[in-house]
Design a protein around this ligand. Sequence first.
Ligand code: SAH
Length: 217
Amino acid sequence: MTNLIDTYRHKGLRKRLIDELREMGVKDEKVLGAMLKIPRHYFLSSAFLEFAYENKAFSIAAGQTISQPMTVARQTELLELKAGEKVLEIGTGSGYQTCVLCELGARVYTIERQKELYDTAGPLIQALGYRPQRFFGDGYKGKSPFAPFDKILVTCGAPFVPEDLLAQLKIGGKMIIPVGEGNTQKMIELVRVQDKDILTREHGDFAFVPMLNDKAR
Ligand code: SAH
């Protein structure tokens, strides 16, 4: 874990980033407030402190990335979280998005398939005082023992909407999932209006690392 030191300089850079996100059209002040509170530089290795507050994705371990701040803001905003809601996140990665969800008062369940990331995210999330339930495994299957979920957030690019995830969404619940193979994905919002009645909306193009299956490395 990097040194958990949040200087005035970090705070200043973070405030500037949040102002930038607001100017770019993020409207949910609760989401911006959570991102203003959580030191994103803790989630990057210390060599990259200076980059933590640029609106860019960044490499973490195991060939993965911490999502771009604008992407985190948009996905979280689209979720329309209410405190106490049960949220399933696919792709814990650095744990940054997990902490944003926790800070907003969600009861968070998060799955990561890279052991190295699963192992390093845990102590950091804990050190920040958040208590999500974390799982090492394959997100395609979701977490049926804890279903149904009010919200499901996928933070890797899925080739399709996994049936198991959709089945674990509450009636009235919402899933935000980037769908598409290749370099960009469409941000898809799915609302389960009734059992078999799913409302779908599209929210533009984003770039994610791929959602991998059990066999892939
Ligand atoms: N939310 C993360 C984003 C990390 S990038 C953050 O804030 O840092 C996406 C993550 O999804 C990667 O860590 C990758 O290992 C993970 N991932 C990819 N396929 C997965 C799967 N099938 N199940 C669970 N996690 C997966």
